[in-house]
Write a new protein. Structure first.
Length: 345
């Protein structure tokens, strides 16, 4: 029996993340966390993963990521969710070593074969990354949920945080934008077969350049662009680094099918929630069309790495991406002196 997975999810992929403003309010009264000398990265900078130093040459990187279906095919859903979870490891400059599965399924609504397909998709991605899924946890849930706890390793001196950008750094984005817009069209049954192929190719491409970029001293800050969209995750870099940023819309890599869909007003609800959360920190040009604003706030599922690097390191960063098949990787702007804001040209 063919089951349409997206019918069970009120928000698919990274679009179902809690909006930045709501999350900030929820966490505002969290207790002060115990400081530990070997916890190199915790929650203080809204970074992609936690990093704990084991010894002088090894640190363990830990993260978890899971969400509801963004596509209907179970294997594709599993592949996208696993790729997205492993991205946070690469975004810290680490290499993954192991994963645990997070599984929540409406057992009374989904055939066993569908659930098996989701798990098989996740297994395939982890096999491609060269790591095992060593266990996990499952519950009976009203909506399908799948993701991973991912663990990685990195040298303590090579961790790439999101709060170490420097004024004048070049900004490089590794993947094309528009996954949320595509998912909105897909849910309405109006995404073309070619559009789906582009969407799947992007969301299942492992962000492996991250572990290579750990060796480049000129790479100062790194994160991945997911549910808070390009603007939201760039603002995290700005806040942590106490800098501003300038990006040029014309230079942004946009997946081929996306531009037409965006101009037809396809946009997920999370795009508006994102803007409401951080729009006061963004300066847009006068008369910017709504579709361009939507794209800047579009939640990306398994999106690209966002790099802040010294200008003289930009060519090597781009070459690293292009060697690994990231055709859309390009320079999109630069870091600027304070105040903390993102300007769009």
């Amino acid at each position: 029996m063919q089951v349409k997975l997206t019918q069970f999810s009120h928000g698919g992929g990274c679009g179902c993340k809690i909006a930045p403003a709501a999350l900030s309010e929820i966490l505002s009264k969290s207790p002060v966390r115990f400081a530990h000398p070997d916890l190199l990265v915790g929650s203080e900078s809204s970074d992609d993963a936690a990093v704990y130093r084991l010894n002088d040459s090894q640190a363990i990187v830990a993260t978890t990521d899971f969400f509801m279906p963004i596509v209907d095919d179970p294997v594709d859903f599993g592949r996208i969710a696993a790729t997205n979870a492993l991205s946070d490891i690469y975004a810290m400059g680490a290499s993954p070593i192991m994963a645990l599965a997070i599984v929540g399924m409406p057992i009374d609504k989904l055939p066993t074969e569908t659930i098996q397909g989701i798990l098989a998709g996740g297994e395939a991605v982890c096999a491609a990354a060269g790591i095992p899924i060593a266990g996990g946890h499952s519950i009976d849930a009203p909506e399908p949920i799948y993701g991973l706890v991912a663990l990685g390793m990195v040298h303590p001196d090579k961790v790439k945080r999101n709060d170490r950008a420097q004024s004048g750094d070049v900004l490089i984005l590794g993947k094309g934008l528009g996954i949320g817009i595509m998912s909105a069209a897909l849910k309405k049954g109006e995404l073309s077969g070619e559009g789906y192929r582009q969407m799947l190719q992007s969301t299942t491409q492992l962000n492996t350049p991250g572990s290579v970029l750990a060796d480049l001293p000129g790479v100062h800050a790194m994160t991945d662009v997911t549910g808070f969209a390009l603007l939201g995750h760039l603002l995290e870099i700005c806040r942590g680094s106490r800098l501003g940023a300038e990006i040029e819309f014309a230079r942004l890599p946009i997946l081929p099918t996306v531009r037409e869909l965006a101009q037809q007003d396809y946009a997920p609800g999370a795009a508006a929630r994102n803007w409401d959360s951080y729009g006061h920190e963004v300066v847009l040009p006068d008369g910017m069309p709504q579709w361009q604003k939507n794209l800047l706030c579009d939640p990306q599922t398994s999106g690209g790495l966002l790099i802040a690097c010294a200008p003289d390191a930009a060519n090597e960063v781009l070459e690293t991406f292009h060697r690994q098949g990231f055709a859309y990787a390009c320079v999109i702007g630069e870091m600027a002196p304070a105040p903390v804001k993102v300007g769009v040209r």
